[in-house]
Design a protein around this ligand. Structure first.
Ligand code: MTE
Ligand code: HPA
Ligand code: MOS
Length: 775
């Protein structure tokens, strides 16, 4: 059988099939862990958190905790049979429970286990903790001033002669940009429920993007082997990177309690504790030195990327690496040197968040583009175009990978035309001249995002497909569903491969018991990896069924055709269910494990060279805003997006990802502000003080289109491209449009250099600076 047989006429691939859980989400019948029926005798755990940013623990008096109503017992480091550690970087720097010291405000000290969640939660506050305070620093500049201790080795990328490039450039600019962090604000917070089994066994239901890592962590704290731990996850109510590693702690605590008391145990923190005790997007301060010429062409870039890593390594190494991998965005630098600084701070350990450092790297790139444009008195779009990677030349990245699939020129040209950018910009320039209070801005920004985990071994996936005697299908794979539509896409792949309806394919919850050693569902790679693994499983079964049908109907294998609903064996049509039944009777195996590993990629971190990305995803957006120069308030009036997903597996899902990614990015860059006080306590830990976008913040004009002509140059599943993270960075055009509106106050002669999030306060301060400069 041909591995790449002709597409089936009624294929569900590349169609706008609705999310498999859509109706259940709307009806409230989609089951999350907190909805599950609890086993009889389920206990409830709650964490007690430190109230110092950096201190020695002198003593803890648990008497009142233990005496509180309903309390079954407490869990401390001493109750851990294995290692007191849940560090995903395996640097053993992230204790489940603090022992002698606390390193941030909100660090878990111990857990209370009680009959009800409310009892556990109340008792957790009753311990008397005596601290001896130590010096603390909570942000990038303070950490740098204190000597710049790093949580993990920095990365350096270098290409070309940076000193000569800077020295010879006709213009030179130095600056910094502070880029804020972001809380994930998943609708469903962290949660885990553990059910003890026989012997060492434990089953854990965890809201995690990374079941295999939760399995490892639970095994590590319990000092048991991986085969004794089963981790299940049907769906998450959002993950956004926050559940790549941050669920480890909760799963470990639930499992410890389950085994200690031989009762099921559930743990779910309140929203404010979730926000205090779990990591967020890294905020960065990027210091740059850029050389350029009169045409706005960049000659050299030298930059340092300081990031607030928090108290432990977590994923700060790979996150700051990805920031450097996106220091170029879509631009070619003739000479470049970029260096990461994942700084130790006395704050919660920052982690993965949609884009994984890439957005911060790209925001800095857009900042020096803007600086150059205002320095030269030109439209920033002109500077962007002048620096785009070339198609055949000027196409080597700072990490020495050649960009071979560059479509940014076509994306930007098409969007510039369809959004009527030039005419609208001209109209805005004249509007601003006649409008003393309200000012408008417009900006077009590009996105180029590298697809693949930079941890090369993560780029593998498995699937397990069973066909039952009645022709119905079970589909399992290693990917997790967090709302992004991975499950439906992989089901489409399988239905398409077998030529059956989607109703024939049952989507199974993800479990370590079916597919082992899985990667996190992250780096936007879910459908690329698991789609291919499922396809591989289908291919194996189809080969067996083709041979079986040929034998049964006495035709050559070449005369067996897979058609919608079954196979055509010579003149005979055999419906899929009949085929399955006859295969069973003839002892043909109807189950297969599929596997996929991404080809071509390699990466050597020590030398900063390689081919870390299989391909790139592209996109561009135009945003128009209006600011009030008296208050700093603003509105985002219109957004146009053209985004590249290759040949879409499911346009409806993909457009949803683009819309959601943009709005989430807009929240990050405009209203979501994290504030720690001078004691190191996070003060923005609830929706009252931390403002995520509302449905009403969606721009009144929001034109989102997929680049329908795009086909992945690499043979990915259905020639599609990853979509999960790249659209978040489309929101940079909002920042750039706000910048233009602010710059208008001083006739566009001064770069406003707004830090992000560009809150109304920052807009107002920017306007004041412009007024001051104008005199
Ligand atoms: N979309 C929804 N609705 N919920 C999420 O949690 N996470 C994002 C993105 N889109 C997320 C989402 C992140 S951070 C990633 S890496 C990808 O989805 C992961 O899924 P994928 O690889 O299947 O695209
Ligand atoms: N992206 C997302 N998650 C990851 C990565 C990455 O590149 N590497 C390790 N975890
Ligand atoms: Mo996404 S930040 O790679 O989970």
């Amino acid at each position: 059988m041909n591995k790449h047989e002709a597409p089936i006429a009624l294929a569900s691939l590349h169609t706008s099939t609705r999310h498999d859980s859509g109706p259940k989400h709307v009806a409230g019948t989609a089951e999350y862990i907190d909805d599950m029926i609890e086993p009889a005798g389920t206990a409830h755990a709650y964490l007690a958190l430190s109230t110092r940013a950096h201190a020695e623990i002198v003593s803890i008096d648990y008497a009142a905790v233990k005496a509180a109503p309903g309390v079954i017992g407490i869990l401390t480091a001493e109750d851990i049979p294995g290692e007191n550690d849940v560090s995903p970087s395996h640097k053993h720097d992230e204790p489940v429970f603090a022992t002698d010291k606390v390193h941030f405000w909100g660090q878990p000290l111990f857990a209370v286990v009680a009959e009800t969640r409310d009892q556990a939660r109340r008792a957790a506050h009753l311990a008397k903790v005596e601290y001896r305070e130590l010096q603390h620093h909570t942000d990038v500049r303070a950490a740098q001033a204190a000597g710049g201790k790093l949580v993990t080795e920095p990365l350096k990328l270098e290409r070309g002669d940076i000193e000569a490039g800077l020295a010879a450039a006709p213009h030179r600019l130095k600056g910094s940009i502070a880029i804020g962090g972001q809380d994930h604000f998943y609708l469903e917070g962290h949660i885990a429920m553990a059910v003890p089994g026989e012997d060492e066994d434990v089953t854990v239901f965890s809201s995690t993007q990374h079941p295999s890592e939760v399995q490892l962590m639970v095994a590590q704290v319990l000092a048991i082997r991986h085969h004794a731990v089963t981790v299940n996850v049907r769906r998450m109510g959002g993950g956004f990177g926050g559940k790549e590693t941050q669920g480890n702690l909760f799963a470990a605590v639930a499992a410890l309690a389950a085994k200690k008391w031989n009762r099921a145990c559930k743990i779910r923190p309140d929203r404010d504790d979730d926000m205090t005790a779990t990591g967020k997007r890294h905020d960065f301060v990027v210091d740059y030195d850029v050389g350029y010429d009169d045409s706005g062409k960049i000659h050299a870039v030298d930059a340092v990327y300081g990031a607030r890593a928090g108290f432990s390594s977590d994923l700060s190494g790979p996150v700051t690496d990805r920031a450097l991998f996106h220091a170029d965005n879509a631009y070619w630098y003739p000479a470049v040197r970029v260096r990461s600084e994942p700084l130790y701070t006395n704050t919660v350990s920052n982690t993965a968040f949609r884009g994984f450092g890439g957005p911060q790297g790209m925001m800095a790139a857009e900042r020096w583009i803007e600086d150059i444009a205002y320095g030269l008195g030109k439209d920033p779009l002109e500077i962007r175009k002048a620096n785009f990677y070339g198609l055949d030349t000027n196409n080597v990245t700072p990490y020495h990978q050649t960009v071979e699939d560059n479509i940014i020129h076509r994306i930007v040209d098409e969007l510039e035309a369809s959004a009527d950018y030039q005419a609208r910009r001209a109209a805005i320039l004249s509007y601003n001249q006649g409008s003393p209070i309200l000012k408008k801005g417009i900006a077009l920004t590009p996105v180029k995002f590298g697809i693949s985990f930079t941890a090369t071994w993560y780029n593998q996936a498995g699937a397990l497909v069973h066909i039952y005697k009645d022709g119905s299908i079970h589909l399992s794979h290693g990917g997790t569903e967090m709302g992004q539509g991975l499950y439906i896409k992989v089901a489409q792949v399988l239905a398409d491969a077998f030529g059956v309806g989607l109703d024939v394919v049952k989507i199974m919850a993800t479990t370590t018991g079916k597919v082992p050693n899985t990667s996190a569902t992250a780096a936007s790679s879910g459908s690329d990896l698991n789609g291919m693994a499922a396809y591989d499983a289908a291919r194996q079964i189809k080969e067996r069924l083709t041979a079986h049908a040929a034998k049964l109907h006495q035709v050559a294998e070449a005369e067996v055709q897979w058609v919608q609903g079954g196979i055509q064996a010579g003149a005979t049509f055999v419906p899929f269910a009949e085929l399955a039944a006859s295969a069973y009777l003839n002892r043909v195996q109807l189950s297969a494990a599929g596997f996929y590993q991404t080809p071509k990629i390699h990466w050597d971190r020590a030398t900063g060279r390689g081919h870390p990305f299989y391909y790139f995803a592209y996109g561009a957006s135009v945003s128009e805003v209006t600011i009030d120069t008296l208050t700093g308030e603003y509105t985002v009036d219109r957004v146009d997006i053209l985004h590249d997903v290759g040949k879409s597996l499911n346009p409806a899902i993909d457009i949803g990802q683009v819309e959601g990614g943009f709005i989430q990015g807009m929240g990050w860059l405009t209203t979501e502000e994290l504030v720690w006080d001078d004691k190191g306590q996070l003060r923005t830990k609830a929706p009252s003080t931390y403002k995520i976008p509302l449905a009403s913040d969606v721009p009144p004009v929001f034109n989102v289109k997929l680049a329908e002509w795009s086909v992945n140059a690499e043979p990915t599943i259905g020639r599609s491209k990853a979509v999960g993270e790249p659209p978040l960075m489309l929101a940079m055009s909002v920042v750039e449009a706000l910048s233009m509106a602010v710059a208008s106050v001083a006739d566009y002669r001064i770069a406003p250099r707004l830090d992000t999030p560009v809150t109304p306060e920052r807009v107002l301060m920017g306007v004041q600076r412009m007024k001051g400069a104008r005199g």
